[in-house]
Design a protein around this ligand. Structure first.
Ligand code: PLP
Length: 406
């Protein structure tokens, strides 16, 4: 891969604050003055956006602060454009609704974020008449076999939550495009590491709530795609972002813009810690799932897809064998060792731990969980970078010993 997101981010035009501040100002207005009455109709007809001598019009349409953050995210993913939303799920839902009409069909990976799974499996068929077939995304024959004439979208996660299946994005994109369909990739687990748009994805979505935000303090999302697609989502008559209105607040956009410069450093350190933990657990014959381990089924594929220098990501999963064991271990880690927090989510500077089957993936039925390989005792750990690696490993090893896993 020749694309380097860190380099691309550094090349984007820097936005100075109103008074020359090194950080951009927060544009706190919800409405914007039109100086020439003649221009107003053209703005409403979508002929004059902020970049065509028009104005920002209204905060649900465009806000300058949110607009600039979108530019930074487009640079991160190497897409023509991006726009930010109030949550990751709203970014996913809006992108899908923009691409699908009632009667259309989606093929999705079967191992995906629980909220997205519920959206595809229950909400969209009931409310919009859009059906989804779920397949193992690593089984390309099954994937190709599930495609129909009316399949508009293939949806998958770059690294599937929580079992860490690696998506072969170039092959999946080929299957999508051969059918006239578009590929949407949720890149929440692997910002910087994997650049789906460079590998053939048409639309890249993120929950910015996770690694991009990095401090578990804002719910936010983004859609990165072609200029044409982003503008279609902002259309005053047919745009899913404009009309469903999951607007990002400009103060959130300003805060998040300050997290991107050190995203690369953070991802590299998350990965370094996760790699060390995973290797040490594997050496002790624990049942650990991490794409950085040579015996992980997606290890070689990950290496061919990934941008250099950011490792294999900050999340690993440990199969403790049973739900009770998982709970015991998490209680011990949190309450005795202050190793991390039992909380859903990921990408925080401290460690977050959850038992996927009974939390973030609990929207899925028992059969769906089984099919996706999400075992009852699987603990997902998003490893933080506070403290030192050796201090954290000592805590971890002691807790494992206490619950008789070591
Ligand atoms: C958290 C998450 C989402 C949903 O994002 P929100 O910001 O909580 O709406 C979607 N996809 C993945 C992979 C996630 O981890």
């Amino acid at each position: 891969m020749t694309f380097d997101p860190q380099r691309s981010l550094a090349q984007v035009r820097h936005e100075f604050g109103e008074h020359g501040g090194v950080n951009m100002s927060i544009e706190a207005s919800t409405t914007f003055t039109v100086l020439d009455a003649e221009v107003m109709p053209e703005i409403f007809q979508g002929q004059r956006g902020p970049d065509q001598g028009g104005c920002y019009l209204y905060g649900r349409h465009f806000n300058p602060t949110v607009y600039v953050l979108g530019r930074y995210l487009a640079a991160l993913e190497g897409t023509e454009a991006a726009y930010c939303t109030a949550s990751g799920l709203s970014a996913i839902a809006a992108a899908i609704i923009q691409l699908c009409e009632p009667g259309d069909h989606i093929v999705s990976g079967d191992t995906i974020y629980g909220g997205t799974h519920a959206l595809l499996k229950e909400f969209l068929p009931a409310k919009n008449g859009i059906e989804t077939t779920f397949v193992n995304i690593a089984d390309h024959e099954a994937l190709a076999g599930a495609m129909r004439k009316n399949t508009k979208v293939i949806f998958c996660e770059s690294l599937a939550n929580p079992t860490l299946v690696v998506a072969d994005i170039p092959t999946i994109a080929e299957i999508a495009h051969a059918n006239g369909s578009q590929l949407i990739v949720d890149n929440t687990f692997t910002p910087m590491l994997i650049s789906p748009a460079q590998l053939g994805a048409d639309v890249v979505v993120h929950s910015m709530t996770k690694f991009l935000g990095g401090a578990s303090d804002h719910i936010a999302g983004t859609v990165c795609a072609s200029q044409k697609f982003i503008m279609s989502m902002m259309d005053l008559h047919m745009g899913a972002l404009m009309l469903l209105g999951p607007t990002m607040d400009p103060s959130v956009a300003a805060a998040l813009s300050l997290r991107l410069p050190h995203l690369g450093l953070r991802m590299a350190e998350h990965s370094r810690r996760a790699q060390a933990f995973a290797e040490r657990m594997a050496e002790r014959n624990l049942n650990v799932v991490y794409p950085g381990l040579p015996d992980h089924p997606g290890h070689d594929l990950f290496r061919t897809l990934a941008n250099e220098g950011y490792g294999f990501g900050g999340v690993f999963a440990l199969d403790t064998g049973s739900r009770d064991k998982a709970f015991e271990l998490m209680d011990e880690l949190q309450n005795t060792h202050r190793f991390g927090f039992q909380a859903v989510s990921l990408g925080y500077f401290d460690t977050l731990m959850s038992c996927s089957a009974s939390s973030t993936s609990s929207e899925m039925s028992e059969e769906d969980l089984e099919a996706a390989g999400i075992k009852p005792g699987l603990v997902r750990i998003s490893i933080g970078y506070t403290g030192t690696l050796e201090q954290r490993w000592a805590q971890f090893a002691e807790a494992l010993g206490k619950v008789a896993l070591l």
